[in-house]
Ligand binder design. Structure first.
Ligand SMILES: NC(=O)c1ccc[n+]([C@@H]2O[C@H](COP(=O)([O-])OP(=O)(O)OC[C@H]3O[C@@H](n4cnc5c(N)ncnc54)[C@H](O)[C@@H]3O)[C@@H](O)[C@H]2O)c1
Length: 271
């Protein structure tokens, strides 16, 4: 159902790899709600070609490659997007994450710091780089909205989540800090959404992912929030209905984050 919440708004969506991606679902909902979009992903991801299907479903939205760790790529992306939109950008989704240590099967206590640096650059510092390039090019309109996706392992220990826990803590901190500066400069708001587990390419990279997901489902009073529900929530944050929400980490997890224990989990453990 469309409420035209984003009518007339222009946004850049980072990180739609395939139909399972959360960014894919956000792009489709944003288009449904009347937004004009530019889609971006790392050049290596674009080679899969899947994103062209999404582009067609979003009114032939331009697809512009950018490695989100490379400032020149981001400058080119913002330049081309502003030309396409004929002006500034109203919202951005940062849906980017990758753990090099995890991918190589290296445990947290044994991590390679070279891989760790790359993980932070891709998963966290990229948000700073996107905001900084937008700031330098004055690419975001007044009352613009930036959302990045996070996970509760930023606050609590989930052993198999490995270095991504630290990456998410840094991501949330960057959202808070840049949110302050961008709020003062141009009333731009910056938030993170801490989402329930969803089976995507990045999600499935976490060892024992299905256990995580099942546990969260049993713990959450509302059950796990789906990727589609996450997209709905992001749309509200891009809309004008949430203009005074900024510098927050917003849990979108069916109540998981504030539940101590549930009878279903106790029953599962003790029978
Ligand atoms: N799936 C989950 O359970 C879950 C839960 C909470 C938060 N998140 C977060 O949601 C975001 C999206 O992940 P997803 O689950 O949709 O998986 P996904 O694998 O579909 O998306 C990750 C994206 O990051 C992109 N990416 C990687 N390196 C990049 C780079 N250098 N430059 C630009 N893009 C790059 C990938 O190409 C991919 O499109 C991530 O930040 C993830 O941590 C996911």
């Amino acid at each position: 159902m469309s409420c035209s919440l984003l009518k007339g708004k222009k946004g850049i969506i980072f990180g739609a790899l395939d139909e399972k991606s959360i960014a894919w679902k956000v792009a489709k909902r944003a288009y449904e709600e009347g937004a004009q979009l530019v889609l971006s992903n790392a050049p290596v991801a674009l080679r899969m070609g899947e994103i062209n299907k999404l582009s067609e479903e979003c009114g032939n939205a331009p697809v512009i490659g950018a490695d989100a760790t490379v400032l020149d790529d981001l400058k080119n992306l913002f330049g081309q997007s502003m030309e396409h939109f004929g002006g500034g950008v109203d919202f951005i989704l940062h849906s980017i994450g990758m753990s090099v240590n995890m991918r190589k099967g290296i445990d947290y206590h044994n991590m390679s710091y070279v891989h760790n640096w790359k993980t932070f650059d891709i998963s966290s510092i990229s948000l700073h780089k996107i905001l900084r390039v937008a700031w330098d090019m004055d690419a975001l309109n007044e009352w613009g909205s930036v959302v990045a996706l996070s996970y509760i392992a930023a606050q609590r220990v989930f052993p198999n989540y490995n270095e991504m826990s630290d990456a998410k803590a840094l991501l949330e901190s960057i959202a808070r800090n840049f949110g302050y500066y961008y709020g003062v400069k141009k009333k731009v708001r910056v938030n993170t959404v801490s989402q329930s587990p969803v089976k995507t390419t990045a999600g499935s990279g976490v060892k024992g992912f299905e256990g995580f997901q099942d546990y969260a489902e049993k713990m959450s009073p509302l059950g796990n929030a789906t990727g589609e529900a996450c997209a709905d929530y992001c749309i509200t944050l891009f809309s004008d209905l949430t203009r005074y929400v900024t510098m927050q980490n917003l849990f979108h997890d069916g109540g998981f984050s504030f539940t101590g224990v549930s009878p279903t989990v106790i029953e599962h453990v003790y029978g």
